[in-house]
Design a protein. Sequence first.
Lengths: 341, 300
Amino acid sequence: MKRMYVSAVAAAAVLALSACGSDSDGDAAPTATDDGVTGSESGNVPSVIATTTIWADVTREVACDGLAEVDTIIPAGGDPHSFEPSLRDREALGDAALVVANGLGLEESLEDTIDAVEAEGVTIVRVGESIDPLPADASGDDDDQKGDDDHEDTGDDGDGGHDDHGSEDPHIWFDPTRVAATLPVIADGLAAAGVDRSALDACVTDYSERLERLDAELQDTVATLPIERRLLITNHDSLSYFADRYDFEVVGSVIPSPSSLAATNPGDLEELATLIADTGVPAIFAETQHSSDDTDALAARVGDVEVVTLQTGTLGEPDSGTADYVDWMTVTTQTIVDALS
Amino acid sequence: MEFLTDPWTWWIAPFADNAFMRDALVAALLTVLTTSVVGTWVVLRGMSFLGDALAHGVLPGIAIAFIIGVDTSIGALLAAGAMVAGIAAIRRHSPLPEDTSIGVLFVGFLALAVVIMSTQQASYVGDLNRFLFGSITGVDDADLARQAIAAAIAVVGVIVLYRALLVMTFDVTLAQMLGLRPGLTQAALLVLVAISIVASFQSVGNLLVFAFLVAPPAAASLVARRVPMIMVVSVAFGTTAAVIGILISYHHDSATSATMALCSVVLFFIVLTLVAVRRSVSGRGRFTASTTRPEPTHTA
């Protein structure tokens, strides 16, 4: 009698629980991944997943004219550092012919899953590992801030004297020449996934030229800004490659880590406030995908400084004007230059 | 209503078609088995707060192990041990009630973990996040093996400790008279709690493992009386919650570990409601505090 009762309760519970779940049947938002995977299965081109919108766009250019169906896991506007994959994302990754990831620790919460997919035999291209990365603390901001007090190691390249913890700065897409350097690696991955090599080579040549032009355009944009005004204060250490390429100096960060998951403290903020006052930097660059509370508070305290929001790790939505890498890089650079002019 | 109209597609196909779904299911079921047998005692002995505290108290151990590069499970177990020793020390040297000593160390250990990680400015803290919420999409064979070992230890441990735990749960004096060493038994149980928490990092993460440590055994204790039966029903409830949680997460793209944890809590309330309705129908009225525990006469 009691057992029957127990199993009746269990059965009722199962029904009630699954009823909760099915309520949302209709309004489950279709993701890019869903569309992409079904789309590619009906066509004859390999299905490729890139972790971020930026690498998805670059991969699409390498596979120009639809040589591969490319989708992203981390949606436009998402933070690649903290993105947690769902089971559907896991399924899409497992079904992909090729996965293009940034690597260098960018996809912090996705790494386990990418490793598991790789163990299953899916080819993973980690583009960051194919270029010459900057160390994670390349901006040297921490030392520069302290340097105001003790006058040691005020070097702006910050390469010497730092013990990096084996980490490298993952934000490589802020330098179009480094992005251009990843194209052959992505093409190799696509060729291994069955895309015609000569077609890929033509795409790579075209897009390399486009990126070269972009770089020249950005040099022109930046040239309007005198070198002494090229000082960057950022929310988290994400602009080192941009600084490296276009002769800026990252003088400080609200969160002095390439990881957006780290936190700040009052001492560092105080040093940063002093630094902003001393250098007269007119803008702090925050990021759309993170809270800028600390940055806003800092700006309010310093007074004469503007908080400018950048999309640092993601392209915009379609039709936003920043939906492809070239446009996004152009807009971002222009925003930075305008804010500092 | 796809789960009724097309049961194959909703219930079975996700597991039949995907190896990673089967891995996720195995990981979740091993978590359920481990947490149910241990959690039953956590619930019966009124140690829920301590269980919650331990789930977070392992974090500084994980953080330190992560930084110096040793196995995080070892760090977690050492931190759990330190926390239990600290709670015992506070109790011995003060008149404070146990929940106060647990609370102080709970928040202390949690804060310590965050402080330790915040000093690691140039490295990544994403891995700590992974411990908090788990990454059931990334389970590999080594994770499953570790969970299987933990489940085996938990089951064997609970069988070995069964008599001592049973007697001391309902009569500490009798336990002492029988020479059952309640202190040692309690310590052994805490080790099992720590093992079940540590082993569940990968599947549900240690912020949410507590849901499985408490909700299914609590629901089971409402409908079953004998301790082994509570464990069996708890495994059944936990399995139900985990399977439905994984499937909802799969079909509706929700966070997997949180969906499973939520299902186990929803299941608890469904069981509670049904039990309450049944009791009021049969005219036995509301529970009093003393009737939530099984009576010794039924269990011994």
